[in-house]
Design a protein around this ligand. Structure first.
Ligand code: IPD
Ligand code: CA
Ligand code: CA
Ligand code: CA
Length: 274
């Protein structure tokens, strides 16, 4: 028990230091399009900065926790000897980053038997550090966070991720005060935690996009499920985790009903790109 909670505390501290260490090089490289490489298509890109941040973070984690596994987006994947694995997105929002938009982040989570228990999300341009340990509350730069308690969509600000069929947007544009598509899934979940957004929709994400933000959002009081309303499992089977709905709680049933409604109206698959 005590050892487990000491490990989580230490993991949060180490992840926070590793995330902060990516700040100077990321701010330095921000907005440089020269090093863009294509992974699959025009929107699926990686830059020199992604690799640099990944190297900084994984070097710190490997030296502090040599028996832990690592699943990081770009190049570092290894199985560990223990039940602990790190899920890392060294740069979430690479498109924004490369184009000089400040909305990007670094996302680091510790999984215990595939369950995210520690989450750290850092936004280098604003120097904001979000973090949480499951069951213990979330903070932004040490200050406690909590979700909103709004119940009426017409007073709400919603965040959307990739939404090719307009599943989330179809109702939200008409019924909410505002809908924004900012570009970093990890930060979207932290904004839900901080109360600057009342709900978040993400589609087609990878585990490293959402593991850390999920710990932060839930620790701040958010409800996060898939479109069927089951608790969101970021490391479960793809069918069950492809759609993510996070909310402050009171809005959840309404938003779920909207999603189900939109899915019956628009069952088509789209070829739109992210
Ligand atoms: C992307 C961002 C984006 C989300 C995409 C992700 P990347 O991550 O989180 O907001 O809509 O699904 O792939 O590739 O910039 O790390
Ligand atoms: Ca990517
Ligand atoms: Ca990502
Ligand atoms: Ca990334």
């Amino acid at each position: 028990e005590q050892r487990e909670s000491d490990l989580r505390e230490r993991a949060r501290r180490v992840a926070t230091e590793a995330a902060r260490a990516t700040g100077p090089p990321l701010r330095e490289l921000h907005g440089q399009t020269e090093s863009i490489e294509y992974k699959t298509d025009k929107s699926d890109i990686v830059t020199e900065a992604d690799y640099k941040a990944e190297n900084i973070i994984t070097t710190v984690i490997e030296s502090e926790f040599p028996d832990h596994g690592i699943r990081s987006e770009e190049t570092v994947q290894r199985t560990g000897a223990s039940e602990y694995t790190w899920s890392i997105d060294p740069l979430d929002g690479t498109g924004n980053f490369a184009h000089g938009n400040p909305n990007y982040s670094v996302s680091i989570a510790l999984l215990e038997d595939d369950d995210p228990v520690v989450g750290v999300v850092y936004a280098p341009e604003t120097d904001e550090m979000f973090s949480a340990i499951r069951g213990e509350g979330a903070t932004l730069d040490g200050k406690p966070l909590s979700t909103t308690d709004r119940t009426s969509l017409d007073e709400c600000m919603l965040l959307s991720g990739y939404d090719p069929d307009g599943t989330f947007l179809s109702h939200s544009y008409h019924e909410a005060r505002g809908v924004r598509r900012l570009g970093s899934a990890a930060l979207n979940l932290c904004y839900l935690a901080a109360g600057s957004a009342d709900a978040v929709w993400e589609y087609d994400t990878y585990p490293w996009d959402v593991n850390a933000g999920l710990v932060v959002a839930r620790a701040a009081g958010a409800t996060v499920t898939n479109a069927a309303g089951d608790p969101y499992d970021p490391n479960g089977p793809i069918d069950a985790r492809n759609e993510l709905l996070g909310s402050n709680g009171p809005l959840h049933e309404t938003l779920l009903a909207h999603l189900q409604d939109a899915e019956t109206l628009q069952p088509s698959a789209s070829s739109a790109t992210d």
